[in-house]
Design a protein. Structure first.
Length: 422
């Protein structure tokens, strides 16, 4: 079902795929996952280590569906329920959202950059009981601007634990933080994610500030893989085992049941004592969104694609960073790349203002291309061009944006965004 048809039939969300991806940005302790849970009812930190440490480590995801009460006064008439909890009226479906919940810890910045490649807009979450900005707040805002995320809503969280005076002081800190940036005119919504306070106003600002972008449904389908996993439970009979699942966002085109698809770079194979990557070819056996199975998956929102692949290939995020699409229509797999360099003046995310030195030959770097995180060694560094030999190849085309991180003290720090050269 094409996206245009979905929009024409917005009576309820029971069959509808979310149409926009919204990220969560900000420092590690600002309450991003709590906010997503308040909006969706889902705690995105599912991994055992995340639950133990109380932070997001892997990219989290959850869907929400916005409704509007026809009787309540705006802007307090936006809901996530089909029946208004205030007046009891049946609400009208507006739009489906997919949330991409990113880590805020400095050591997980490369993971956040992988998630940012799928965002159509973002909620920038700040804790009102802490001074703004924290180190990763600056890093996330710069990253958002560099990857082209212009539709932002600032969320002033934890207002339930501070005084009115501190809330006003924090508001001024946020305004000073965003002055002169892409977010200078972004709204600031005070909330308590823990208690669900002001969620209606936040939903209204999301509707106003983060529109659904135009999608090219006629283009060859392409999906950036953000997660991959196995769905078979221990003890499943061999005849009942189903293939591996890849999850992510369709960035263009439409995937349909029965399509033959290719996944690049694929898997490493040994040949003549050397390792190379071989693409995978499989068939779409299922298409899943949060509301269930669909026959077609369009651009926007997060989707899971069931395949014929051996589930050992997809378990534990084994295919994260891959690109899926129509066989023979994907960009090439590159193990060596040339980059047009444009570095920041100073390193962001550190307490001290550390200048960014030029990239040197034989320097090790971490690169983000789409949802791919890979490392590489600089084979040649000129004034404006850098050649990098990659440890893990990427599937990308000329003009793609690449984030570069350098090892500074004990962490990989973002030092610039560059363009992949043909």
């Amino acid at each position: 079902m094409a996206q245009a048809v979905l929009k024409a039939e917005k009576k309820d969300a029971s069959f509808i795929q979310p149409e926009v991806n919204i990220g969560t940005l900000g420092h590690v302790d600002n309450g991003k996952s709590t906010l997503v849970q308040s909006l969706t009812g889902i705690w995105t930190a599912r991994h055992s280590e995340e639950l133990r440490r109380g932070i997001t480590i892997r990219i989290g995801y959850a869907d929400a569906f916005i409704y509007k009460c026809p009787k309540c006064r705006g802007p307090y008439n936006y809901r996530t329920e089909t029946k208004c909890p205030v007046c009891g009226s049946e609400t009208k479906f507006v739009r489906g959202l997919s949330f991409v919940d990113c880590p805020g810890h400095h050591s997980l910045m490369v993971t956040m950059l992988a998630g940012s490649s799928l965002m159509d807009g973002a909620l920038f979450v700040l804790a009102s009981n802490a001074k703004c900005p924290q180190a990763q707040d600056r890093e996330h805002l710069l990253a958002a601007g560099s990857v082209g995320i212009k539709n932002l809503v600032f969320v002033q969280n934890k207002i339930d634990v501070i005084s009115k005076e501190r809330a006003l002081e924090n508001f001024k800190e946020i305004k000073a933080f965003v002055k002169g940036t892409i977010a200078e005119d972004a709204p600031i919504v005070p909330i308590s994610a823990q208690h669900g306070t002001n969620m209606d106003v936040l939903l209204r600002e999301i509707e106003d500030r983060i529109p659904t972008p135009k999608r090219d449904l006629t283009a060859s389908p392409r999906l950036f893989v953000l997660r991959s996993f196995e769905v078979n439970k221990p003890g499943t009979e061999i005849d009942d085992i189903v293939g591996g699942v890849i999850g992510g966002s369709v960035v263009q085109g439409v995937f349909r049941m029965g399509d033959e698809i290719e996944i690049r770079p694929g898997i490493p194979v040994q040949e003549g004592g050397k390792s190379r990557y071989e693409p995978l070819v499989t068939t779409v056996r299922s298409l899943s969104v949060s509301k269930g199975q669909v026959e077609e998956a369009t651009s926007g929102g997060l989707v899971g694609i069931g395949t014929d692949l051996d589930p050992s290939l997809t378990k534990s995020d084994g295919l994260v960073g891959s690109v899926a699409g129509k066989t023979g229509a994907l960009p090439p797999t590159l193990s060596k790349i040339t980059l047009d360099v444009n570095l920041f003046e100073k390193v962001v995310g550190t307490e001290l203002a550390v200048p960014v030195d030029k990239i040197r030959s034989n320097e090790a770097l971490v690169l983000n291309v789409g949802t791919t995180v890979t490392s590489g060694l600089v084979s040649s560094a000129r004034e404006s061009l850098v050649d990098v030999t990659l440890r893990k190849p990427v599937c990308a085309e000329a003009g793609s944006k690449v984030a570069i991180s350098r090892r500074i003290t004990d962490s990989w720090r973002l030092i610039g965004f560059v363009t992949l050269r043909a």
